[in-house]
Design a protein around this ligand. Structure first.
Ligand code: AMP
Ligand code: TRP
Length: 333
């Protein structure tokens, strides 16, 4: 049976190596499999759960779409669109929010992290963000959802919500329960400055991440300054225990060069981090620079990007519009 793949990325600027290795690189592999129907969404409604600048948001929507295409997603095969263009997402989100108990949402760790200490001031949107995500996925009968490790809990919630809807309305299998596609290894790329913190676009230090728009010199400089420890690189994975920075750099190297951690340890075991860093910076530049160049070229062609997004939205609308119609009928509207 062919797979229906759905995933989303927020247009909040600064797409980085974590987004690429944790998500977008997998999108491209899935896109390349002829059997798959892939739908990739620029989730702009999710982005406004925190304050956005109007003009920046518009640019970031185009830049995220450009990043998908520059990374290798083929728009003649996969659908790329932005969420706010397809009404069913917000409508589905409301319906599902009436099914999901608050207790389920109260467990979401990302909300706790993002809301911080003063959660009374966080937007209600940020709180129900995972329900909109469930709506995104369930409207397309997605069978598989490729994401980084940080989205695992949101996907479990999506599965629970689908099952509850089917049970509450006695419509077995109406909402398809999706499978997460999370790489077992390297699905969580950490900050270059702190191996215990996730690489993130919201980290105030730009040295903590490699942005997909960084120049070769910036990549070189950031890798040079990346935190390591003072021991040599070991030969075995077990010896990486309690060495988060070492684990992270070796993981990034393995992931970007499509090899296992064991192969990387064979290559670098006994050497110093300076050796690894030289090669890591080189391979990162070689892989990322063509993407960066293509992103720049595409973002200069706003008309082209807007056309891709519009065509994508029209295809998405056909699928999601039909599903929401059926959903409303089931409810009794
Ligand atoms: P976001 O930019 O938060 O919308 O995330 C887009 C995708 O990138 C999601 O699938 C995330 O799980 C993934 N992602 C974000 N940060 C990281 C990271 N540091 N390591 C691995 N995957 C990540
Ligand atoms: N919440 C995801 C993130 O921050 C983005 C997202 C929104 C998403 N809707 C989705 C991912 C649907 C997968 C499927 O990374």
């Amino acid at each position: 049976m062919s797979k229906i793949i759905f995933s989303g990325v927020q247009p909040t600027g600064n797409l980085h190596l974590g987004n690429y290795l944790g998500a977008i690189k997998n999108f491209v592999e899935l896109n390349n499999d002829k059997e798959n129907q892939c739908i990739f969404c620029v989730v702009d409604l999710h982005a406004i759960t925190v304050k956005q600048d109007k003009d920046e948001l518009k640019n970031n929507i185009r830049e995220t779409a450009a990043t998908f295409i520059a990374s290798g997603i083929d728009t003649s095969k996969s659908i790329i669109f932005n969420q706010s263009e397809v009404h069913a997402h917000a409508e589905g989100s409301w319906i599902l929010s009436c099914m999901a108990p608050m207790g389920w949402l109260n467990r979401m760790t990302q909300f706790k992290e993002k809301a911080g200490k003063d959660k009374e001031k966080a937007s209600v949107g940020l709180y129900i963000y995972p329900i909109l995500m469930a709506s995104d996925i369930l409207l397309y009968d997605a069978t598989h959802v490729p994401v980084g490790e940080d989205q695992k809990q949101h996907l479990e919630l999506t599965r629970d919500i689908a099952q509850k809807f089917n049970k509450d309305f006695n419509c077995e299998n109406f909402l398809k329960v999706p499978e997460p596609l999370i790489k077992k290894k390297f699905s969580r790329i950490m900050s270059l400055k702190d191996g215990l913190k996730k690489m993130s676009k919201s980290d105030p230090s730009d040295l903590s991440r490699i942005n997909l728009t960084d120049s070769k010199d910036e990549i070189l400089n950031k890798i040079k300054k990346a935190k390591t420890d003072s021991y040599p690189i070991p030969n075995e994975e077990i010896k990486l225990k309690d060495r988060p920075e070492a684990q992270n750099l070796l993981g990034i190297y393995s992931s970007i060069s499509n090899q296992t951690l064991d192969e990387t340890l064979n290559e670098f075991g006994g050497k110093n981090f300076s050796d690894l860093k030289v090669q890591l910076a080189e391979i990162l530049s070689n892989k990322i620079s063509p993407i960066t160049k293509e992103i720049k070229k595409l973002t200069n062609d706003k008309e082209y990007l807007d056309k891709i997004l519009l065509e994508g939205a029209s295809k998405a609308e056909e699928i999601a519009g039909q599903k929401i119609k059926e959903m409303k009928k089931i409810i009794g509207f």
